[in-house]
Write a protein that binds this ligand. Structure first.
Ligand code: CO
Ligand code: CO
Length: 322
């Protein structure tokens, strides 16, 4: 995205706290000393067959960028592309799934826009609020911090298996549970403890988003491959080569920027590059607060989570995986 954006005119406004320059999850605009708006938009093509579930997952994914900034979602607008050949009930179900997730987030749907398109797409443009001094940006990771990931990896691999009819109902519902689960609980936990930096893990995979966090914060991130929370079924699928094309694109983009220990097995590397749909938060928290955050997550967070690494002084690589 950065290559495209650099050819566009730059906007200057003293109230713009976070704009398009830092690959952050959302823009932040100051209203006054106590209030700032978080503005974000996201939409994609169906990841599951059931329209209501697709609506829930797409909404959870769009809301996540507000949580990744440490904010509270307030309003949401539907973004819809829909073909004329499909029955309108399908669209109703997608919007219902989306609206139910928005309600679960404590926000409201206030409108939206639909265009005709061959392939259905759905997502939200979300407005959230945050205190201007409590923004959880992807530029805030500090040397000595610990890194915590709040959802398990492997979703992209499992979605690929579902499309190829290689997943049973149990695995299907497990994947859906993780994708539709809001990052609200993880966000509340990190706000209660106080953290230094955050981003959410989506299409660029763990390594892609960790890379942005490392670059944005001018640090090196050390990841512990033994400690990653992983949906265990994705391990065998990865070994069978059931890997989405996006994982290879992510690996290509990050070539030369990551140092991988020779002992790490290929399937673990694939899982680290795997694009996630509505993945968890990657939180950078000071060492002395990380146990308190883990404790809060134990009370609130219903997906698997773990301490997965630490932040170091900048070295030759943005990321070192041990
Ligand atoms: Co994001
Ligand atoms: Co996004």
């Amino acid at each position: 995205m950065a290559q495209v954006l650099c050819h566009l005119p730059k906007f200057n406004d003293s109230n713009l706290i976070i704009g398009a320059e830092t690959s952050d999850d959302a823009a932040v605009y100051r209203i006054d000393d106590e209030k700032a708006l978080i503005l974000t938009t996201d939409f994609f093509t169906p990841v599951v067959d059931d329209p209501y579930t697709f609506g829930q997952i797409a909404a959870a994914n769009s809301l996540s960028d507000v949580y990744a900034m440490g904010g509270r979602p307030v309003t949401a607008m539907n973004i819809v592309c829909f073909p004329t050949c499909l029955p309108l009930d399908v669209l109703t179900e997608i919007l219902k799934g989306g609206a139910d997730k928005v309600a679960e987030a404590g926000a409201i749907v206030i409108g939206g826009h639909t265009v005709e398109d061959d392939v259905p797409k759905f997502g939200l443009s979300v407005m959230g609020m945050v205190h201007p001094e409590k923004i959880a940006a992807n530029t805030g990771a500090k040397e000595g911090d610990y890194l915590i990931l709040t959802k398990p990896l492997g979703i992209g691999i499992i979605n690929t298996a579902i499309k190829a009819d290689l997943a049973d109902d149990e695995l299907r519902s497990k994947a859906i549970f993780n994708m539709a689960y809001l990052n609200k609980d993880a966000c509340e936990a990190m706000l209660e403890v106080g953290i230094n930096g955050c981003t959410d893990i989506t299409g660029f995979g763990l390594l892609g988003h960790a890379y942005e966090l490392a670059e944005g914060s001018n640090v090196t991130i050390e990841l512990w491959s033994d400690c990653l929370p992983i949906l265990e079924e994705s391990i065998d699928l990865a070994k069978m080569g059931i890997i989405p094309a996006g994982a290879y694109n992510n690996a290509k983009y990050l070539e030369g920027k990551i140092s991988l220990s020779k002992e790490i097995e290929q399937h673990t590397v694939d899982i680290m590059y795997d694009p996630q749909t509505s993945g968890g938060l990657l939180i950078s928290v000071s060492k002395d607060k990380h146990e308190a955050l883990m404790e809060k997550l134990k009370q609130k967070n219903k997906c698997d989570f773990a301490v997965i690494g630490r932040v170091k002084n900048k070295s030759n690589y943005a990321i070192e995986v041990l």
